[in-house]
Design a protein around this ligand. Structure first.
Ligand SMILES: [Zn+2]
Ligand SMILES: [Zn+2]
Length: 332
């Protein structure tokens, strides 16, 4: 087995199970440290041991892989990963409209997210780093977003498209946290609430209706903000009246996100049923913060399939041309 492949796969599996980023970064660093080494240096175990970026655990992975074995650490992770019944709907997903890079609170450069998306055979991926107010997540100022757009424009090709985008904060009054000119220029605008999730029902309803009615918005992200498991603990869903929120999404062609992260599972089942009834579109997104998390789409697809969401209503099953027609639609 190729040692770089083994180290990279380990990093991705650790990311997918949302282990500490410190761990996955160590495996990515070791992969970088040996990627361009000639055979003479790769076979020099003492030399590898002294090399920056390589520790005891990563060294043993390299040695086992070079002996032609599946490293034990990798075998364990593969077994733990299990199989998610992605089914027919998972196979129909062509891309993902929500992910983060190290420009905000993701763990890797954009290029590594792109490589992982290509490996999953995505046709497109929207890079949606956070907006300025979300300081804890290093939200991008207008200047940094302009810089990022230049980088994004250079990526893609060979049947893969990196779409420009943002996960823009929905402010308390429903306004969006980024310059109008930038929001209009981006391919994909995901609008999400990250603060004051415990607002009174009427105010929260107004806030979400405001975002869903905003002509610059394409996707309403993790609409309830709930957390159902995981390191950050749990958090109940925000309180709002779903009817006018989903009515606004349906009227304005805004897709309701089915957020695939296991700790979010947002919206809850009963709200997906309501959005379906309201005539909404959906986007099944990973909200990946690391390359290995792009494959979390399996979980979102499994939920959508179980709840009977037709593929036709899911924008991420559409070919890119049709997706672009939708994002460029006339806004009411
Ligand atoms: Zn978010
Ligand atoms: Zn996000």
């Amino acid at each position: 087995m190729d040692p770089v492949d083994a180290l990279t796969e380990i990093a991705e599996l650790l990311e997918r199970e949302r282990s500490s980023t410190y761990k996955s970064k160590a495996f990515r660093a070791a992969a970088d440290a040996i990627r361009d080494l000639p055979e003479s240096q790769l076979s020099d175990t003492a030399g590898l041991r002294r090399r920056a970026g390589i520790g005891e655990r990563t060294l043993s992975v390299i040695l086992e892989a070079r002996e032609g074995r599946i490293p034990a650490y990798l075998a364990d992770l593969r077994e733990r990963r299990g199989v998610v019944p992605g089914g027919e709907l998972r196979r129909r997903l062509r891309g993902d409209l929500h992910c983060h890079s190290e420009w905000s609170d993701g763990t890797t450069p954009i290029a590594e997210m792109v490589a992982a998306a290509r490996a999953l055979e995505h046709e497109y991926l929207a890079l949606t780093d956070h907006s300025p107010r979300l300081r804890v997540a290093r939200g991008l100022s207008p200047e940094r977003l302009r810089e990022q757009l230049k980088v994004v424009a250079e990526m893609g090709g060979g049947g893969f498209t990196l779409l420009s985008g943002i996960e823009v904060d929905i402010l308390d009054d429903g306004a969006l946290d980024q310059e109008d000119e930038l929001l209009r220029r981006l391919d994909i605008v995901v609008a999400s609430a990250h603060s004051k999730l415990r607002m009174p029902r009427a105010a929260m309803t107004r806030r979400l209706v405001g975002a869903a009615s905003d002509p610059r918005v394409d996707v309403l992200g993790h609409v309830t903000g709930r957390l159902v498991e995981g390191e950050r603990g749990t958090r109940p869903p925000s309180d709002f009246d779903p009817e006018p929120v989903f009515a606004a999404c349906a009227a304005h062609g805004v897709a309701v996100e089915i957020n695939s992260r296991p700790e979010r599972q947002d919206p809850p089942d009963e709200l997906i049923a309501m959005a379906l009834h309201a005539g909404c579109l959906f986007a099944i997104d990973s909200d990946a913060h690391a390359p290995g998390q792009l494959s979390l789409l399996d979980y979102g697809a499994e939920r959508a399939e179980r709840l009977g969401v037709p593929a036709e209503r899911i924008v991420t099953t559409w070919p890119l041309d049709r997706l672009r027609e939708w994002t460029g639609r006339e806004r009411g």
